[in-house]
Design a protein around this ligand. Structure first.
Ligand code: ATP
Ligand code: MG
Length: 370
């Protein structure tokens, strides 16, 4: 466990960056520190690896005050990832990743083998290892940064706005990758961001800080959206929080229903006589699109006769995804698929809303606030 015990940091110029803050981050989970610029996130994080010493209070790792460790050794045992990755420009990607194992006394070959494994693990092709950081995209550099931080297999990982310099699509990919890696590795991750959506997506718990290094709220993401502690958190959490909360409600109780389907390559004779939309599947039963009502099929059914489908909902995931599948489908029927992408059934927005209402009345009946 990572614990901040009444830590306070006042810089020499008098700025109080962190104000008497206490919180702990559970081992093996991702804890996110989020807040506006200058609220003390980086200061707080850097106290963990002693790049910054608190003015008072203590930081403990598994119950031991970090001041009891040798600072250089401590830092080698804690992975650190920063914005723009902070790679050494004159070393190849592979050598960048091999740096920490080498410092910890690994042989050169061993360190490079380990580095190559890690590049693969973060989703980079092996031949990228020979390039220099400037020859990579921003997203690739961040992946190298993550690989380097993991190289010494540290139990604790500090990540300071690691994905903020890349575009939203790449960023979402990096976030998914981190969640996948975390499932495998189970590190204790302290993650800093000023993006509340990133915080809610990644954090098992989220600490919202406000100006002057005050801890405004420390809670699970769902609780943060449901019950923001004060006006600051409410405005910081932002709009659509009711809708966004649906991300944390699983859709297992949703019952997909059957709808008319045909396959690519079917002829007009196979297409059911109908008044409504027909879902078109491929040979692996994966949804390809929709056939509008009354559409005439000339010869064999091909892809270019279809209307593009909406988002697909993987069964059992979130109600937010289920609702979106229905709202984004041209037919108003959200397509539900299994883990392999195979067609399961369809749901309407009404079904999702009924489930939400049902849930609300059951918790209200138990006397719990919805
Ligand atoms: N070395 C320093 N000397 C004096 N003041 C500092 C120093 N480092 C940071 N500060 C101040 O401490 C406060 C917190 O800074 P910190 O870098 O921890 O914020 P942050 O939340 O990480 O912000 P950002 O989101 O912009 O990275 C700010 O007011 C900052 O100006
Ligand atoms: Mg910062």
């Amino acid at each position: 466990m990572l614990e901040f015990r009444s830590v306070r940091k006042q810089y020499e110029n008098g700025t109080v960056a962190v104000q008497e803050l206490s919180m702990s981050a559970e081992t093996g989970t991702i804890t996110v520190l989020v807040g506006p610029s200058g609220c003390g996130k980086t200061t707080l994080m850097r106290m963990v690896n002693r790049m910054i010493e608190p003015s008072s209070g203590a930081v403990l790792v598994d119950g031991t005050d970090v001041r009891e460790f040798d600072a250089a050794r401590l830092r080698r045992g804690i992975g650190y990832v920063i914005q723009q990755a902070g790679l050494f420009p004159h070393r190849t990607v592979l050598d960048n990743v091999a740096t920490v194992p080498l410092l910890s006394g690994c042989r050169r070959r061993e360190a490079r083998t380990r580095a190559a494994e890690l590049l693969d693990r973060v989703g980079l092709p092996a031949d990228l290892g020979r390039r220099y950081p400037a020859q990579l995209s921003g997203g690739q550099q961040q992946r190298v940064g993550v690989a380097r931080a993991l190289a010494a297999d540290p139990p604790v990982l500090l990540m300071d706005e690691p994905f903020s310099a890349v575009d939203p699509v790449v960023r979402a990919g990096l976030q998914d990758e981190l969640l996948r890696l975390q499932e495998e590795l189970g590190k204790t991750v302290l993650f800093v961001t000023h993006d509340i959506d990133e915080a809610i997506k990644l954090g098992e718990k989220v600490a919202v800080l406000r100006q002057g290094g005050h801890l405004a709220q420390y809670a699970e993401p769902d609780a943060l959206l449901a019950e923001p502690a004060d006006d600051f958190v409410t405005s910081f959490v932002g709009r659509d929080r009711g809708y966004r909360r649906l991300s944390f409600r699983d859709s297992r109780r949703l019952r997909p229903e059957a709808t008319d389907t045909v396959h690519i390559g079917d002829t007009s004779a196979d297409v059911p006589s109908r008044a409504g939309w027909v879902l078109v599947l491929d040979a692996h039963r994966r949804p390809r699109g929709w056939l509008p009502p009354e559409a005439a099929v000339d010869g064999q059914l091909t892809e270019d006769q279809l209307v593009a489908g909406g988002s697909l909902h993987v069964e059992g995931t979130s109600l937010r995804g289920a609702l979106d599948s229905a709202l984004s489908a041209p037919s108003g029927l959200g397509v539900v698929v299994d883990g392999d992408g195979g067609y399961v059934g369809v749901v309407t927005a009404r079904q999702v809303l009924d489930l939400i209402e049902e849930h609300r009345s059951s918790v209200t009946a138990e006397g719990v606030a919805p």
